[in-house]
Every structure is written in structure tokens, then in C-alpha cells.
Design a protein around this ligand. Structure first.
Ligand code: OGA
Ligand code: MN
Length: 214
């Protein structure tokens, strides 16, 4: 009975449909203004507040539990987020994520059961070398989700582009995406190789996470 009601309730969401089509066609999707400028500002302030409280750690390669610090590979600082947090900006963040996950599970049978998200701060001069998100000994990662929390006067000259690499008919295609505030990039964790180019000025702020199966 619940299922029947669920189906009657179903309303097609054009934004999510675009994301799904992009993922099917090109393995990634870029959505500008997934978060409003007000939401970005609140999340950015919450990131900065925790950073100033010294709660971030040097990012590791490996997952939450098997960390290994390797500065020649990545130089960002991260703080894992807690969905149970009472911080209103984070609650709103997770409610938007859950809404999307619910839709994906319903329309694409993706079977997303778990998720993990962290704040990330890349100081000037840092980067994250080309990689696949599943080399972090976690093959349950299905979709990677990055949202940028830089401020509105972020300049392209600041660097820190997300560069993605794809094979098209045996030829490598390279695309660079600027970390613009409110922009979200979603991609297939197991297939899309990507890199964060060196940050040349300022600090690069983001939330990164993974939607996982099983
Ligand atoms: C990562 C990552 C991309 C970005 O944290 O695994 O690739 O644009 N982040 O921050
Ligand atoms: Mn990555």
C-alpha cells in the first residue's frame, strides 16, 4: 500500500532529471546554483568557524577508518560532517542531499544506502593529484558529490579547478571546471578520473561526499 501511495506521490523533478541524463550520457553533471548564495554563505561560515576552532585534519588517502597521509598526493584539510548535527545550515544541506538520494533511488534503482560527507579546505599551494575516488579501498562509493563554498568574488586565476579526464574513442578528453560558489559537480566515483589543480591564491572551500551502496 505504501508503495502505491509512493507512486501516486511521484512528481518529476526537472533538475534531478537533468542530473540523471548527464550522468548517463557523460558520467558527470554540473549544476550551478544547486545551493543559493545564502545557503552557500551559511555553509561557508560554518566551515570557517570549525576550521578556526582547529577541528580540521590533514586529509588522508584511504577512508574515514584507514587513513594514510600523503602530502605529495593531496594537501587539503578535512572535517567529516555529522548528519545528526543541530547546525541549521548542515541540516538544510543534508535535507537537500536526502531529497536527491530519495529521487535517485526511486527513479534509477541506485540503491544508495549510505553517505559520507566532509568539509574540505585547500590552502594556497595545495592540490589533489589525478585519482579515482574508489582507490580509497571503498568500492561502495557510487556517486561523488562536490559543492563549492568559495565566496562570490572567487576568480578563475585563483586556480583550484576540478579537472576531469575521459576517454573518447581512444583519445583523452580533458575538461576543467571552476570551483564557483553554489556549483555542484556529481560524477561516477568508479569511472571518472579527476584532479584538483593547485590553488594559486586564497583558500578553496568545499564539501565533498559520496553516495554509497550496500
Ligand atoms: C576529492 C576530490 C574534488 C574537488 O575530495 O576526492 O576529488 O573539486 N575533490 O574538490
Ligand atoms: Mn576525488
Amino acid at each position: 500500500m505504501d508503495e502505491l501511495f509512493d507512486q501516486l506521490d511521484f512528481v518529476e523533478n526537472p533538475l534531478y532529471e537533468t542530473i540523471i541524463n548527464d550522468l548517463l550520457e557523460q558520467q558527470y553533471s554540473v549544476v550551478d546554483a544547486f545551493f543559493s548564495s545564502e545557503e552557500v554563505e551559511r555553509l561557508r561560515n560554518s566551515l570557517l568557524e570549525k576550521y578556526e576552532e582547529d577541528r580540521f585534519k590533514k586529509a588522508a588517502i584511504g577512508n574515514k577508518f584507514e587513513e594514510q597521509i600523503e602530502r605529495s598526493i593531496r594537501g587539503d584539510f578535512v572535517l567529516w560532517m555529522d548528519e545528526q548535527s543541530t547546525n541549521p545550515a548542515e541540516q538544510l544541506f543534508f535535507s537537500k542531499i536526502n531529497h536527491l538520494v530519495h529521487y535517485l533511488n526511486k527513479t534509477c534503482f541506485l540503491g544508495i544506502l549510505h553517505k559520507e560527507f566532509h568539509y574540505a579546505l585547500y590552502p594556497k599551494g595545495t592540490f589533489y593529484k589525478r585519482h579515482l575516488d574508489t582507490f580509497q579501498n571503498d568500492d561502495r562509493r557510487k556517486l561523488s558529490f562536490v559543492c563549492y563554498l568559495n565566496d562570490t568574488n572567487w576568480k578563475n586565476e585563483n586556480g583550484g579547478e576540478l579537472t576531469i579526464y575521459q576517454q573518447k574513442n581512444g583519445v583523452e578528453e580533458v575538461k576543467s571546471l571552476y570551483p564557483l560558489p553554489g556549483r555542484v559537480v556529481i560524477f561516477e566515483s568508479q569511472v571518472l578520473e579527476h584532479e584538483v589543480k593547485p590553488v594559486l591564491a586564497s583558500e578553496r572551500l568545499s564539501i565533498t561526499g559520496w553516495l554509497k551502496t550496500r
